[in-house]
Design a protein around this ligand. Structure first.
Ligand SMILES: Cc1cc2nc3c(=O)[nH]c(=O)nc-3n(C[C@H](O)[C@H](O)[C@H](O)COP(=O)(O)O)c2cc1C
Length: 303
């Protein structure tokens, strides 16, 4: 997730739920092709703490996909995921992200190019369709034909952006028609959601549900492993005081990866999510969104 799944967040999530497969923020294949400094820095990962390491990319030029895929493989990544779902105006107007749903031939070429360049798996993350879910199966069949090794589907169309509820029905139908793993995505906030929604799919992908609650990944893993009965609670969520050491660990990872100034600035949004719903949260949040140093967080959380 752009602006969220940096190395610190990925390592933090893996520390809580080691079975989670983490993805980078989406990175431009054009930028990787040209070796743009900032993007190349975003490819740094901790080989001991982030496996399997999946790099998500976006773009539209097959030649740039080919060279970017090679760079990614040489860096030691375990997989490449192609973004064909981002609905942001800036992304779509450049024929990236969701725009590729309307250009299945280009979408296929991008998968071909990446597959030709590397031997690690290449997957695609997309949406139900542009303005209807009726194109989901034919579009995904084309991607699989081109060599896609797995698919992750966000249960909304481009047109829906983030409105309404994610519809998982079309994903279950898709799974019956393709012979690659299909991962479902959209509106999973609890372990119970995951158990109720996974159906015939091979996994669930969680985005916003981890904001302020990264512990949900462990709950989901445990629930899916045990086959939690709908309605049962796992009770893994702990009190705020018990979460404080984890929150500080996330801050420490951010500082280690990006330095104190930038690391703590970028931590502010996470800190704000962590205290949501707790007594005195508004007052605490007002202070946490201004922190500049790790020590300030320690003082504010009184440890
Ligand atoms: C802040 C933010 C950044 C995102 N960045 C990406 C991204 O880089 N790549 C991607 O495939 N999806 C991205 N998404 C979409 C999510 O991966 C996910 O498909 C969507 O939020 C629905 O799932 P959720 O209900 O679990 O959040 C982003 C979503 C948000 C809210």
């Amino acid at each position: 997730m752009a602006g969220v799944t940096d190395a610190a967040y990925r390592q933090f999530i893996k520390g809580i739920a080691p079975q989670t497969i983490v993805y980078t923020e989406f990175l431009s294949t054009d930028a990787i092709h040209y070796g743009a400094k900032r993007t190349m820095q975003m490819l740094h990962f901790d080989s001991d703490k982030e496996r399997p390491f999946i790099v998500q990319v976006f773009g539209k030029d097959p030649n740039h996909f080919l060279s970017a895929a090679k760079v990614i493989e040489e860096l030691g990544a375990d997989g490449i995921d192609i973004n064909m779902g981002c609905p942001a105006a800036k992304v779509v107007s450049s024929c990236h992200g969701s725009a590729l749903i309307q250009k299945p031939e280009i979408a296929q070429e991008l998968v071909y190019a990446a597959k030709k360049a590397v031997s690690i798996p290449v997957s695609v993350k997309t949406r139900l369709g542009w303005n209807t879910d009726e194109t989901l199966i034919p579009f995904c069949q084309k991607l699989v034909e081109a060599g896609a090794d797995a698919l992750a589907i966000h249960g909304r169309t481009y047109q829906q952006q983030f409105s309404g509820n994610a519809d998982w029905g079309p994903m279950y139908e898709l799974k019956k028609e393709v012979n690659v793993p299909v991962i479902g995505n959209g509106d999973i906030k609890t372990a119970q959601d995951a158990v109720e929604k996974i159906g015939n799919l091979d996994g669930v992908m969680v985005g916003r549900g981890t904001f302020g609650n990264p512990w949900v990944m462990r709950e989901i893993y445990e629930a899916l492993k045990k086959g939690l009965e709908p309605g049962l609670e796992l009770g893994l969520s702990s009190a705020f005081e018990e979460k404080v050491p984890c929150i500080l660990q996330h801050c420490e990872l951010a500082v280690r990866n990006k330095g104190e100034e930038r690391g703590m600035r970028e931590m502010r949004k996470h800190l704000s999510s962590y205290v949501k719903g707790f007594p005195g949260a508004a007052e605490l949040r007002a202070k946490l969104v201004r922190v500049e140093r790790l020590e300030e967080v320690r003082q504010l959380l009184q440890v």
